[in-house]
Design a protein around this ligand. Structure first.
Ligand SMILES: Cc1cc2nc3c(=O)[nH]c(=O)nc-3n(C[C@H](O)[C@H](O)[C@H](O)COP(=O)(O)OP(=O)(O)OC[C@H]3O[C@@H](n4cnc5c(N)ncnc54)[C@H](O)[C@@H]3O)c2cc1C
Length: 385
């Protein structure tokens, strides 16, 4: 099919754009959709792309299962141990107390991306009006006209060409894969250090190979990136302690700048923003992609319902109303998630004594007041409904 008039143009072929296209087509296979994707068409060209481990919630698994887009290489989290380095206060969350098979799942970003591409290709075979256009920054897309434009261009904090509301936490995340001596299988560790959260998360490789996300001041993170492997492991050991034995090996270190950037209004006329194009969060509780997938799912539901109607019903006003209705439906979940993550990112990076004490008390409360723990875990797993 050649470029022409479409009902929907989705800009961005990251996980959120792909998932949105797949859910729209699954619900309405005849939908006239153009996906503008800056990634190469050949999966082989993405094989060495972003390998950072991303935590997906059980809620995201249920959503992705509906389009057969759950990656096979995945590590389940059964317990999360939360503590403060050198201070009181700790909590343990287990899958048993929440009555779930897993508290979350760790998957490489590129596996989520590739699995969604495959799922969309499978759905594409029954979608005669779907046009997957691989473009680059020079491609002229002016011949693609669409009644509704979905922005899923994503991006990372400080690389986005829009800045609206938000906060620069003046933090970077150093990610990598570490090998340790003696990890408890399926356990994740979140440790709050004087510079920010340090997470050690399971990986699908083996129980002793773990994903590291170490947040700190940009200058310290940059310095850690430049350390020799031996010096890096020594400094990580000093910060994390000996709970999982010796840190033996580190590989694939990368840095990401962290902050909050979000749009107050996520629709304008016939345009709508989803995923990181709508909100970019601190990874402190691993919520960015989970929230983006919930955006994509609900938007696909609303758009497929509208565009499966007769032509005379797809008026500009009907499209605008549908998008406003979508924005209204996402309000509670977006505000709760953005607010909670911003609060966590701020209190877990402060060294002011009252906050440090309050943090210890909060962790103890979490440990000893199961209803609070369950409420928090449910928000992380399923969002606000
Ligand atoms: C260190 C770190 C750890 C994280 N950990 C977690 C976690 O544990 N759990 C979690 O849920 N989230 C996590 N996140 C957040 C998560 O990575 C993002 O929320 C998620 O990638 C957003 O997906 P997206 O599709 O909206 O955007 P992206 O992943 O950025 O994809 C957008 C795509 O659009 C393309 N694009 C850009 N501009 C255009 C254009 N003009 N036209 C067409 N295409 C375009 C890009 O090339 C890209 O492929 C983490 C983030 C960081 C930085």
């Amino acid at each position: 099919m050649s470029a022409t008039n479409f009902d929907i143009a989705i800009q961005g072929g990251g996980p959120v754009g792909l998932a949105c296209a797949a859910w729209c087509l699954q619900k309405f296979p005849e939908a006239k959709i153009a996906l503008l994707d800056r990634n190469p068409a050949d999966d082989a060209d993405l094989a060495t792309a972003d390998s950072r481990g991303v935590a997906l919630s059980h809620g995201s698994k249920l959503l992705l299962d509906t389009i057969n887009a759950w990656p096979t290489e995945c590590a389940d989290i059964h317990r999360v141990h939360i503590s403060q380095a050198g201070r009181f206060g700790r909590a343990l969350m287990t899958r048993e107390e929440l009555g779930q098979d897993a508290l979350g799942h760790i998957i490489r970003y590129r596996d989520i991306h590739l699995t969604l591409r495959k799922a969309l290709r499978d759905i594409q075979t029954n979608s005669p009006n779907f046009f997957w256009n691989h473009i680059d920054t020079q491609t002229n897309t002016s011949d693609i006209q669409a009644k509704c434009v979905v922005h899923a261009e994503g991006g990372l904090f400080k690389t986005q060409d829009w800045v609206e509301s938000g906060r620069d936490y003046e933090q970077s995340a150093l990610v990598g894969l570490v090998e340790v001596e003696n990890a408890t299988p399926h356990q994740a560790w979140e440790r709050f250090t004087s510079e920010g959260p340090l997470a050690v998360l399971p990986s699908h490789y083996s129980p002793n190979i773990l994903n590291l996300v170490w947040c700190g001041a940009p200058s310290s993170s940059q310095a850690r990136l430049a350390l020799s492997d031996a010096d890096f492991l020594k400094s990580l050991q000093a910060e994390f302690g000996s709970r999982i034995g010796q840190f033996l090996k580190i590989q694939d270190r990368r840095l990401y700048e962290l902050g909050l950037n979000y749009r107050k209004e996520i629709t304008q006329g016939n345009e709508v923003w989803i995923g990181n194009a709508a909100q970019t969060l601190h990874p402190v509780a691993g919520q960015g992609l989970n929230l983006g997938l919930r955006d994509a799912y609900l938007l696909a539901e609303k758009l497929s319902a509208l565009f499966s109607k007769s032509e005379d019903q797809k008026t500009p006003l009907a499209i605008e109303n549908t998008l406003q209705n979508y924005a209204q439906s996402r309000k509670a979940d977006r505000s709760a998630t953005i607010g909670l993550i911003d609060f966590m990112a701020r209190i877990f990076t402060s060294n002011l004594l009252p906050i440090v004490i309050g943090r210890g008390l909060a962790l103890s409360a979490l440990q000893w007041l199961p209803p609070i723990k369950t409420a928090l875990a449910r928000q992380m797993m399923f969002g606000r409904r």
